[in-house]
Design a protein around this ligand. Structure first.
Ligand code: GDP
Ligand code: ZN
Length: 304
């Protein structure tokens, strides 16, 4: 599995104890999973086959002494998160803060939409619970329940919810935490992975990068066979390209459409006369604004 990318290099972790036994490492390294620094075969470049973190790859020409190899093939992907680019994820958690920065429905929605595009169950984590009172929290939970989510609230400062979150993440082969910068993702990862704090600030490993200097996604081992992706900060994910895809990404509409599809094929449930979708939900105006923006973008793309 590709665990990190840097310029033209891929860091690949071999799976299974066989790979560890095969390696000719010194005693101190014996129990560590074997990682190889890899380049890729030029024919992968020619086929324009991209390789991303989370991809399962075939390596060859292994030099066990130098821990180097060459990636010759990329296996088909089971899922895909486009921003940040991570392949084969098995769960996605959107982290949003209750305060500092204040919960922003528009930004929250963009992160949720990009998570929903993976087709996986989307977990919502609300951070900095210590900064609001219980009434405010109850209100926010009720609001998000109406959006179609059952958030887990946490506080890194007080330690609330962290065990539950770690258990949930550990059940996933490859979990991704995404969310705006400042919500506490790094603090959370440092808490979940105590050994990580050693890496902060220190330029480590063969790739010579400190954790905070990287703009790339990197995977960290949470437990046996379970990884969590550290994602670079960005604040406004793109909307999907096709307006017809949008409805399925809003749980409020999805839950209506799944049992009773709209009677008009190709209906965007915007203001089409006769569309029977219930439009009495908080994010409906936001849904329409997203549609408008997507239609504007696709028109300018087509040059209309
Ligand atoms: P990131 O950009 O999402 O990685 O966020 P950071 O982990 O860098 O945190 C941003 C700020 O929020 C820092 O000043 C943290 O100390 C603070 N922070 C993180 N978690 C909590 C929390 O649970 N409660 C409070 N009050 N502050 C937090
Ligand atoms: Zn409709």
């Amino acid at each position: 599995m590709v665990v990190a990318l840097q310029a033209n290099y891929l860091e690949v972790e071999l799976e299974g104890s066989d790979s560890i036994a095969m390696t000719n490492l010194s005693r101190s390294q014996e129990l560590r999973p074997c990682r190889l620094l890899c380049t890729r075969r030029t024919r992968l470049h020619h086929r324009e086959q991209s390789v991303h973190v989370g991809d399962r790859v075939v390596v060859e020409a292994i030099d066990w002494q130098a821990c180097r190899a060459v990636v010759s093939q990329v296996e088909p992907r089971s899922s895909w998160l486009s921003r940040p680019p991570v392949a084969n994820i098995t769960s996605v958690a959107v982290v949003l803060s209750l305060k500092e920065p204040l919960f922003d429905p528009d930004q929250a929605t963009r992160f949720l939409l990009s998570a929903e595009q993976t087709g996986l169950d989307v977990h919502l984590v609300l951070s900095k619970q210590d900064l609001i009172n219980s009434d405010q929290l109850a209100q926010q939970l009720e609001r998000l329940r109406k959006w179609g989510y059952r958030p887990l609230t946490i506080s890194v400062k007080k330690g609330d919810g962290l065990i539950q979150l770690k258990d949930e993440l550990k059940n996933s082969r490859l979990a991704v935490l995404c969310g705006p910068s400042g919500v506490g993702k790094s603090s959370l990862l440092n808490c979940l992975l105590p050994s990580l704090s050693l890496r902060v600030g220190e330029v480590s490993g063969r790739l010579q990068r400190g954790r905070h200097t990287t703009r790339h996604v990197e995977l960290f081992r949470l437990g046996e066979g379970s990884f969590v992706a550290d994602t670079p900060g960005f604040n406004r994910p793109e909307l999907p390209a096709d307006p017809r895809d949008l409805a399925a990404l809003f749980p409020e509409l999805r839950s209506q459409l799944e049992p009773f599809p709209c009677r008009f094929r190709d209906c965007l449930h915007h203001d089409e006369p006769g569309c029977g979708m219930n439009k009495d939900w908080e994010r409906y105006p936001l849904y329409k604004r997203c549609l408008d923006e997507m239609q504007r973008l696709s028109r300018s793309f087509r040059g209309d």
